[in-house]
Design a binder for this molecule. Sequence first.
Ligand code: AMP
Length: 556
Amino acid sequence: MALIGIDLGTTHSLIAYYKDGKANLIPNVHGSFLTPSVVSVEKDGNILVGESARERFISHPDNSVHAFKRMMGTAREWQSGKRKFRPEELSALVLRSLKQDAENFLGEPVSEAVISVPAYFNDIQRNATKQAAAIAGLQVTRLINEPTAAALIYGLNDSEDDKKYLVLDLGGGTFDVTILEYFSGVFEVHASAGDNHLGGEDFTQVIIDWINQECVSKKLECPSNVMAYKLAEAAKKQLSKSSAVEIPVSDTDVLLFDQAQFEKIANSLINRIREPIIRVMQDTELTPADFNDIVLIGGSTRMPVIHQFVTKLFKRFPRQTENPDHVVALGAAIQAGLIARHEELNEVVMTDVMPYSMGIATHNESEPDNHIFTPIIERNQTVPVSKEERFSPITDKQSEVELKIYQGESRFAANNLYLGELSSPMPQDLKKRYVDVRFTYDVNGLLEVIATTGDGSHQRLVIQQTEGRMSDQEVDEAFKKLAELKIHPREKAVNKALTIRLDRLYEQAIGERREQIGEWISTFNKTLATQDEKRIAADVKALQKILDEIENRDWF
Ligand code: AMP
């Protein structure tokens, strides 16, 4: 059975497999390791995923969706025509495409995978990820925290033993910080914290806002939303290579954007990185001098503003020796190898922590409507962890107690994340009027709650459904629905992506260039009609090269 690790990213997703003591990335049908986490629906209902969807996103933003990882675990839906998609279903489409790539590459069915999630993903978001996998026909062997996966690669590649790492992971949509130690084959995570709503997309957004403000103040025509996104994303990436960039807001007007300007407008985002870092250091009572390495992962750590900030904070240069886009998927594949207890990895053991406190709402005497949050498991305990607390009803008349379950750090329940509720009947006998509430947090970062009342009636209670959570029945239905969707065939994906790209460039161009692209489109259509695979592949290669030269700009 293939041992697979998946990095289901906000902007890109990757898949890797474990073999002979090593993790290797698997290329998609385009020959690339990075599959854009983008879905697009064509007029006839045909669904595109990955590269062709990303191409179509530029020309048809209304029928395309990206960054849906940020919506995981919410009830938000994306509508295209009459069809509605939950974030879990969109993620399932990406997972299915990765599964097909892996099956094609390995020549065997893939039914199980280790999937990475941000360390700071909450219980609802983790469940949503498992459900996305189920819809895609994949069983999740383990959810692994992204920084932990990356640290596995750094730790295994380091020759020295006993090292403490602080891993900063700034991806497209989330930020995580994790402290972990590697000692004699044991990886031990000491603490994790983060911000589920801070990532590269937010940095792109501040550039979009700046472009629009500049255009208004300089009385220039503002670019369309999609164009502004494309320009801002490209400018952000170019600023990782040079100190200033020109942003062509129209055929005639250019804005000059430099590092100092970027630092200024991104200042509040950069400051948000500080808080979780301080928190993990306080939780572990470690100081910057205690770390052997400050490791940067996630595509957004390529930004010089982040390097500078980290260098100043820790008074040393951070380390980024592994490819920040690849390490998480590779680490997830190593984890898959560990679970299968591969001989080469027999000596390696890994422990992780739960990053949030979990508990229930309890009575607040001074403000009865504002319940206090009473943690049952405090944050940064090593998982799996199981703890029990006893609670009693407030009045003698109560026939049941309600247990409202929350996750978070605020003293007041209402400020934390509501996970669900259970109610437990109270026996009449005064001595038995209590309930023992047991919280068990497993290695996947998922919570189970069991309440046992004083009369010994042992009841296992399951958290009821919350707004953002799909029921088992909904997952089943979504699984069937996916089978009925018209998904563009994988083997034709490369030609499709090229056709969409040519169409988009044709629409964007004018004059001679437009004519030229029109000719390429007709020639390519003729080649496609021959059904001669060799000729088609040669045309694709040649055209891709020419178009890359024309665009000569990073995108996504
Ligand atoms: P991930 O979720 O790890 O795939 O992170 C992707 C994020 O990294 C996106 O927001 C990208 O815009 C960002 N990113 C990728 N390459 C660069 C770069 N060279 N400079 C700045 N940001 C980048």
